[in-house]
Design a binder for this molecule. Sequence first.
Ligand code: 13P
Length: 248
Amino acid sequence: MRKKLVAGNWKMHGSLAENAALLAALKPALAGIDAVVCVPFPYLAQAQAELAGSTIAWGAQNLSEQAKGAFTGEVSAAMLLDFGCTYVIVGHSERRSLYGESDALVASKYMAAQAAGLKPILCVGESLDERESGVTEAVVARQLDAVINAAGIASLMNAVLAYEPVWAIGTGKTASPEQAQAVHAFIRNKIAALDPAVADQLVIQYGGSVKAANASELMAKPDIDGGLIGGASLVAEEFVAICRAAAK
Ligand code: 13P
């Protein structure tokens, strides 16, 4: 039985004061429940200081594909490890669409994360246009294949996947549990065709307008193993309720 895992993606939100209040509320409420918060780079030290010794892990939202060198403004996997990160989000749709990250670059970042011992949370998902033109599975397969071809199928033993339909992110439009389950099952079957053991243990999170009110019905689906939560991860009661729904 796969254990469900919920991760918060704070995106570019927060301040020292706001984070302190949020983490102080999350810590006791999530005692004994595995969860993750992916915070902006400057707040990794704060997350480490506040969360060390708890069951809440922390991570970043991006990393460089390079190990070190003259790459102004970039942050390496080793730097994230220095701050105790366990996870790093790779290939979020906002990185792909707003910052031009290609499938190949995403694969390089995924490998850089794993080479350093971080667990990538690899995001895949189609746009509204792609869904409406019936190419959802082709897009998700292309995004996955870029990573599998570069890093190998066994690499997914040390990764988490997140299916995030772009049209559901920050829009208030959640994929229905059936729509999400259909893509999750497609992903798991595709991976099972290559390696059933990898597919069986792989955590596939759903992301896109998850909130306390819709978490339970999403988490009840057999191939939805948790969530990647944006807006609702900034509200302690919402995030706690989602994590509890997943842990049930
Ligand atoms: P929302 O939960 O705000 O829709 O964001 C989802 C997301 O992009 C998480 O990575």
